[in-house]
Ligand binder design. Structure first.
Ligand code: LLP
Length: 405
């Protein structure tokens, strides 16, 4: 159970000092998951590149970097954060369908491991940037393996017809072009089939396709060094991650004997269980036959329930009153889409009581906004049984206007 990493007494202390809403992360659980990955993949000795989009807080990133992990970044901003957090440039890869010429140049100047390009136009742009800087750009292509990951359609990316990657056929032509270019160096090939993928089978399928493709290229004299199988390993909301040994078993055999370095880009699976959103009850009300808890956290803090219908298990900190009832937990934002949980069974909380939303360490804070001019929540890191520290302060009203001219 995740609740053992977020003890009520500590949550109360944190709320009293840092206020609510607040994101609270567990260093012990974050590290445990990183180490579980390392153990599961020990025989394959891969490079793990933490997908920073899941949670780019510098304190968590620094923990991953200290464990020897690299970073998967998807924007110039994430690259900036990655470098500041202490990831070695030689362990950073850059993904994304729309990197700008300025971002490509930034990546080349930083000397990152490789760039996962997603179109011929991007490759040409990368070649130009490399020519300007008089370097040879390390190129990997994101290949769309046309494999169904069986997940929410907003986060399924491995099927042709999404905006992601290039087909194997197009990839072959691009690698031939790159091999002949003085400013491009074919370094690797990648797929990322989607997020919240709970079965190892689509990974095994995609890995076999990628391995066959890479062998074919080698037959033409184009030798790649890296096979990158992306991220996306699912976590059940409310639970710790499933053992990634199943993932290792799915992808390992496909690449054996090819002399490739395996890469993975886990994000959610390490970060989601390691974080909760801590909130306080403002009001309770009844309407239209429903019970509502109005919390001080809202869709601007955690958009996943509204955007994907995600269910983040909610729990009261301390006992509630009376019998269990069904509640919709909503925030103060002015739209009906602003809910954090629907129809959850809880005893009645008192006003001011703390409520915790689990599995919020990934795509929680990183997708938060100032919508309704709500300053963003602070982030707290639990470091030991009774120790914690603020790793990002609460934004102020002044912060709301900071960038306006
Ligand atoms: N690599 C690439 C190229 C990606 O696009 C992603 C996630 C990852 C790795 C990491 O996937 P993970 O291990 O975290 O599943 N906002 C959505 C999730 C979007 C995922 C986007 N790409 C959510 O809250 O569910």
């Amino acid at each position: 159970m995740l609740s053992r990493y977020f003890k009520p007494a500590l949550l109360r202390k944190i709320a009293a000092k840092a206020g609510t809403p607040a994101y609270v992360y567990s260093k012990p659980l974050f590290l445990k998951q990183i180490r579980t990955y390392k153990k599961a993949f020990r025989a394959l000795d891969p490079l793990f590149c933490y997908a920073m989009k899941a949670n780019s807080n510098g304190a968590l990133c620094a923990l991953a970097a200290a464990e020897g992990w690299g970073a998967d970044v998807v924007s110039g901003g994430e690259l900036y954060r990655a470098l500041k957090a202490g990831f070695e440039p030689g362990r950073i890869i850059f993904s994304g369908v729309g990197k700008t010429p300025a971002e490509l140049e930034y990546a080349l100047r930083a000397g990152i491991l490789f760039i996962n390009a997603e179109s011929m136009e991007e490759v040409l742009e990368l070649e130009c940037a490399a020519a300007r800087l008089k370097v040879k750009a390390p190129l990997s292509l994101r290949i769309n393996p046309d494999v169904d990951p069986h997940t929410h359609k907003f986060i399924a990316t491995g099927l042709l017809g999404t905006k992601f990657g290039v087909s194997f056929e197009e990839a072959r032509a691009i690698y031939r072009y790159a091999a002949a270019s003085p400013h491009l160096r074919p370094a690797g090939a990648q797929f990322h089939i989607g997020s919240q993928v709970h079965s190892p089978r689509p990974y095994a399928l995609a890995a076999r396709k990628l391995a066959a493709f890479i062998s074919g290229l080698a037959g033409e004299g184009i030798r790649l060094s890296y096979a990158d199988v992306g991220g996306g390993w699912g976590v059940k909301e409310g639970g710790e991650m499933a053992d990634p040994a199943a993932l290792a078993k799915a992808v390992g055999p496909a690449f054996s004997g090819l002399g490739l370095k395996l890469l993975l880009e886990p994000g959610r699976s390490v970060a989601a269980p390691a974080g909760v959103l801590l909130s306080s009850v403002i009001y309770r009300k009844r309407g239209g036959g429903k019970n509502f808890i109005i919390a001080d956290a809202a869709m601007n803090d955690l958009v996943r329930p509204a955007l994907y219908g995600a269910r983040h298990p909610a729990g009261l900190v301390g006992p509630g009153r009376g019998g269990t009832k069904r509640w919709d937990i909503v925030g103060p934002v002015c739209e009906s889409g602003d809910f954090l949980a629907e129809g959850v069974a809880l005893k009645e909380p008192s006003a001011g009581q703390l409520i915790v939303f689990y599995s919020a360490g990934a795509y929680g804070f990183s997708m938060s906004s100032q919508y309704n001019s709500r300053p963003r929540a602070p982030e707290v890191l639990i470091t030991g049984p009774s120790s914690w520290r603020l790793v990002r302060r609460r934004e102020t009203y002044k912060d709301l206007l900071a960038a306006e001219l």
